[in-house]
Ligand binder design. Structure first.
Ligand SMILES: [Zn+2]
Ligand SMILES: [Zn+2]
Length: 365
């Protein structure tokens, strides 16, 4: 079949919206008609050449849609299901999956630009077009693994469901699954974009006492306040670490970095109290390094850890987040500041680069 998709041919060039060939789903795969896809920063790393993945590629890893049909052997998803796309489909049987850490799944020997059984389902004029994160939802239709299409209730609006699939899961999950923030504790969030705002509302859900938001843009701090931040620090006109230490009386219990930058990772580590936990959620360029004072680790018993995709167990957590949204306990509408048609996807990424709004989405007819 044919699908209209946004194709990246070279870093630092605009994506080209064109018609591609899409194979039918193979064994264990699912064809999804995409309803909406989020404009997330991770795809932007590939556009800027900061992450390497084979090109040409159809990006997009935050999406939702409706199952069109399923390949042989698919048991848990059927045509007509409304699904949130899970960009870490997993095998179910490797040690990481069995341990309950499916985002670390090592059960497939193929790279993440290919399906589990190998190869791409996308092509143009006989030339391979690669997948991204086995999701590639900047396309009207996409083929994903069965475990990459998580059914959710039909009354969930699909544009909001798309954001559940990356930014909401990543931010809320970092707080609830990875750090397991305790009620009453103090939390700092550095970077108040799509993921950072979700760290803030994760902290609200966890019952955190003090929630300190740090950003250099006043519009993002205003969003942070709406999402439940109790204190705001504009890092463009003050040292954020000193400000956090003052506000929290010696350092926060937990701090979350939602930017993926060496400097702010260091600031996150410096913002926690002795025995506190610093969690890196933001995704940095591939070759960046971060340095911290070595002696501070044992002497202050600080915990520095990473959180990937909110330590999600997607088949449990994505439907759960949908339920929280439907119960009015999770803000997603407020995250979506603009919607673009696929043809204007390059404009959407220019707006992201400028730091406009919280999150925009690509809406498909
Ligand atoms: Zn993302
Ligand atoms: Zn696995």
């Amino acid at each position: 079949m044919k699908t209209k998709a946004a194709v990246l041919y070279r870093p630092n060039t605009p994506m080209v919206v064109e018609t591609l060939d899409l194979q039918d789903p193979h064994e264990g795969e699912v064809l999804v008609k995409v309803a909406a896809a989020g404009v997330c920063h991770s795809d932007y790393h590939v556009m800027k050449g900061e992450w390497t993945t084979p090109l040409p590629v159809v990006l997009g890893h935050e999406g939702a849609g409706i199952v069109e049909r399923v390949g042989p052997g698919v048991k848990n998803v059927k045509a007509g299901d409304h699904v949130v796309l899970n960009f870490r489909p997993n095998c179910g049987w490797c040690p990481h999956c069995v341990r309950g850490q499916p985002v670390l799944c090592a059960g497939s020997s193929t790279p993440r630009n290919e399906m589990f059984s190998g190869g791409s389902r996308l092509s143009r004029g006989g030339e391979t077009v690669h997948h991204f994160a086995r999701t590639s939802c900047f396309s009207q239709y996409t083929v994903v693994q069965e475990s990459g299409a998580v059914p959710v209730r039909h009354d969930m609006p699909l544009d909001k469901a798309a954001l559940i699939g990356c930014s909401v899961m990543t931010g809320v999950g970092a707080v609830i699954n990875t750090a397991k923030v305790q009620a009453g504790s103090s939390v700092v969030v550095l970077g108040c974009g799509g993921v950072g705002l979700n760290c803030i509302q994760g902290a609200v859900l966890a019952g955190a006492g003090q929630i300190v938001a740090v950003d250099i843009k006043q519009n993002k701090l205003d969003y942070a306040r709406e999402f439940g931040a109790t204190d705001l620090i504009n890092a463009s006109n003050q040292n954020p670490v000193q400000a956090v230490l003052e506000i929290t009386g010696g350092g926060a219990d937990y701090a979350f970095e939602a930017l993926g930058r060496a400097e702010t990772i260091r600031q996150t580590y410096d913002s926690i109290r002795p025995g506190g936990m610093a969690v890196v959620v933001g995704m940095a360029p591939e070759n960046d390094e971060v340095s911290i004072n070595a002696l501070s680790l044992p002497r202050n018993e600080k915990i520095l850890m990473g959180s990937y995709y909110g330590s999600a167990r997607p088949w449990i957590d994505l439907p759960r987040l949908v339920d929280l949204y439907m119960a009015g306990r999770l803000r997603v509408d407020e995250l979506i500041t603009r919607s673009y048609p696929l043809e204007e996807i390059n404009d959407a990424y220019e707006a992201l680069a400028r730091g406009d709004g919280a999150r925009s989405i690509i809406a498909f007819e």
